[in-house]
Design a protein around this ligand. Sequence first.
Ligand code: ISE
Length: 337
Amino acid sequence: MADTLRIAVVGAGRMGYDHIQRLHRRINSAAVSAVVDIDLERANAAIEGIAGATAYATLDEALDSGQVDAVLLATPGFLHRDALLAILERDLPVLCEKPLTIDAVTSWEVIEAETKLGTKRIQVGFMRRFDAEYRQLREVVASGDLGELLMLHHQHRNADVPPNFTSENLINDSVVHEFDAIRFFTGEEITSVQVRTGKRTRTGNGELADPQQVLIETESGVLADVEIFVQAKFGYQVATEAAFEDGIVNIGGDSGPYVRTGGNWGGKVTPGFEERFVAAYDAEIQDWVDASLRGEIAGPSAWDGYAAAACCEAGVQALHTGEKIAVELKTKPGLYA
Ligand code: ISE
């Protein structure tokens, strides 16, 4: 077994750059050997100070270099399908930032390609599964210590989003994490999604249906509601309250030093997801590197990516129609059992 995983990071934008720094500075047994970006200047800027890393304008060039054992895919979702199929063809492990792909049909194509290989090669970047409190809540559910889980209440608030963010992006980019979190907490598939829009925040151009309320049901009838509010200004907040037969569990509350100064008391709100989930991202990437060196994939799989894509499709349909939309999944291949 090699002791260092040589990684090509594809996409040197916000998330890709964050992962390059993480891999270079904090992750053990990993080396950034290539950075791919269609904007070669950006790729070159991202490898500054990283000895042994080369910038490429295309994924194929990086894969042909002979310097790549694994790929971290951090391009926009619409580019994922083709990149994943190329990486699977080379039989390399890949950490694919969410979403797996932009819809259920293309996600299924990826599942078919991986199933043909007969080994899991893809981990999807649902980093919240590596957050300590998310894991604790999942354990409470699985242990049955508080009885059955009955309801979940999720808050997902961003300070702001880019000007081109659409009402559909609230589902595809943001609520996608809640779909996965609900599947993770319950161990069940989601069966329906409903979306309500009401009064809109005055922030932005007024085009965005923001906030939205998303109502979700699981196989056993657990009900979940999500407040997604992406121009909440005050900072970044992701929290969940879980109602059990015998108790209530809250995760994602404020943390960090509590300070009294200048006649005020309180602490700081994290500005964005990079800061809020930094420990989860670190744990996620370390776990992926360690598993890849063992020839395994251990985290959220392509099936989890496919199921989330199907939930997003139902969510967007629900947003457009106001109806409760059923989530239809194909039969789960044995590889993901
Ligand atoms: C972003 O793409 C993320 O993945 C963040 O976790 C989420 O909070 C944000 O709403 C998305 O736009």
